[in-house]
Design a protein around this ligand. Structure first.
Ligand SMILES: NC(=O)c1ccc[n+]([C@@H]2O[C@H](COP(=O)([O-])OP(=O)(O)OC[C@H]3O[C@@H](n4cnc5c(N)ncnc54)[C@H](O)[C@@H]3O)[C@@H](O)[C@H]2O)c1
Length: 348
């Protein structure tokens, strides 16, 4: 089986590539990634060494192609060579979508359409689109509501609006052209290779550097956290057993729903650090209050059970950042990262 993985040099995509290679000895993968600030070939060092060439030759099981999913000519050439397309490529950080919305539309909306068109034109290739729970909007704190796959889309951030648009395009290619698509909408992920600017990876790395942890507002927002392993196993299961045209929610085991402040306190406890390491900063504009998904569909229909509790997920993630200091220090030491960090937190 030949896969085109887009965004495979990012956090979740690179974890998925590692998993596929370990699980399927015959697999062939083309990884198409633009290498934005979030794309990092250090996440895939193993494959460059094994295949002998990160840029790939004719005889490859893994081939890396640097390029843009919005480049129709390139995308057509690559899609023609594969059986399955899995689309991870995206601008993925809400904070950055406030600073520069246009690139979110170009990659997340136009880029997804270019991929869909290529999958359609080249023999209706199987297409899986990786999306987020954030497209469903925000739930009030005092509500017990949980979204289902049938809930209306109500995105509120520029990131979630662009992801919502991409999901609609995926569904439209199914209904209009019969393209065999599936979509997964997932909770926030944690785990290896998570770029150290997102809430928890920033918190862990700041704590390891002896710095404080920025928490937006009063930290009352409620999020669902899933270990990345549970996410990529679910995607593989959807590709194997999912019904085309369907959307599946992927979320953590039911019991753990702390707010952001409580989550950071759990983290501090795991790392044996005092609570005065928390620093409250000015809230993000339009910050979604709460996400909550009812994930019974994937459990009942595909037999998926997430493996890790929140405590286990946090512990495993802390351990990874403690043992891979070089990986994240290289990123945090880069001018791009410092520039972003100053812009984001200096005046808060
Ligand atoms: N991280 C999460 O918690 C989470 C949760 C739910 C859904 N998702 C979705 O999962 C997917 C992957 O998220 P992530 O956290 O790994 O993101 P990430 O930001 O770590 O990685 C994104 C990757 O896409 C690449 N990319 C960006 N623009 C591109 C373009 N135009 N062409 C080709 N490649 C491009 C980047 O270089 C990077 O390697 C995204 O679609 C995101 O919306 C993420």
């Amino acid at each position: 089986m030949k896969y085109l993985i887009t965004g495979g040099a990012g956090f979740i995509g690179s974890n998925f590539i590692h998993y596929l290679f370990d699980k399927y000895p015959e697999i062939e993968i083309i990884n198409l990634d633009k290498l934005t600030y979030a794309g990092n070939l250090d996440n895939l060092k193993k494959f460059s060494a094994e295949s002998g060439s990160a840029s790939g030759g004719e005889n490859y099981r893994y081939k890396f192609v640097k390029g843009d999913i919005a480049d129709a000519e390139l995308v057509n050439k690559l899609v023609r060579q594969v059986d399955v397309v899995v689309n991870f490529a995206a601008e993925s950080h809400v904070d950055r979508s406030i600073l520069d919305p246009a690139v979110f539309i170009k990659t997340n909306v136009l880029g997804t359409q270019v991929l869909l068109e290529a999958a359609h034109k080249n023999g209706k290739k199987r297409f899986h689109h990786v999306s987020t729970d954030e497209v469903y909007g925000s739930i009030s704190l005092d509500s017990d509501e949980k979204w289902t796959e049938e809930s209306p889309y109500q995105p509120r951030s520029l990131y979630s609006a662009s992801k919502a648009a991409s999901d609609h395009l995926v569904r439209a290619y199914f209904h209009t052209f019969g393209l065999p698509v599936t979509i997964s909408n997932c909770a926030n992920n944690l785990g290896p290779y998570m770029y150290p600017e997102k809430f928890i990876s920033l918190a862990i790395t700041n704590l390891l550097e002896g710095k404080k942890v920025p928490v937006y507002g009063e930290g009352k927002q409620v999020r669902e956290w899933l270990h990345v392993e549970d996410h990529y196993v679910a995607i593989d299961l959807i590709l194997e057993k999912g019904k085309v045209g369907e959307t599946y929610f992927v979320g953590p085991p039911d019991e753990d729903r702390p707010n952001n402040l409580e989550t950071i306190k759990k983290l501090l406890k795991i790392m044996n650090l005092p609570e005065d390491r928390i620093e409250f900063v000015k809230d993000r504009p339009g910050h979604d209050v709460k996400y909550a998904m009812n994930t019974s569909k994937i459990r009942k229909e595909l037999g998926f059970t997430p493996k890790y509790s929140l405590d286990e997920t946090l512990k495993k993630t802390v351990e990874w950042y403690q043992t891979n200091i070089e990986w994240w220090q290289k990123i945090k030491g880069s001018p791009e990262y410092k520039n972003y960090y100053d812009q984001q937190y200096a005046k808060r």
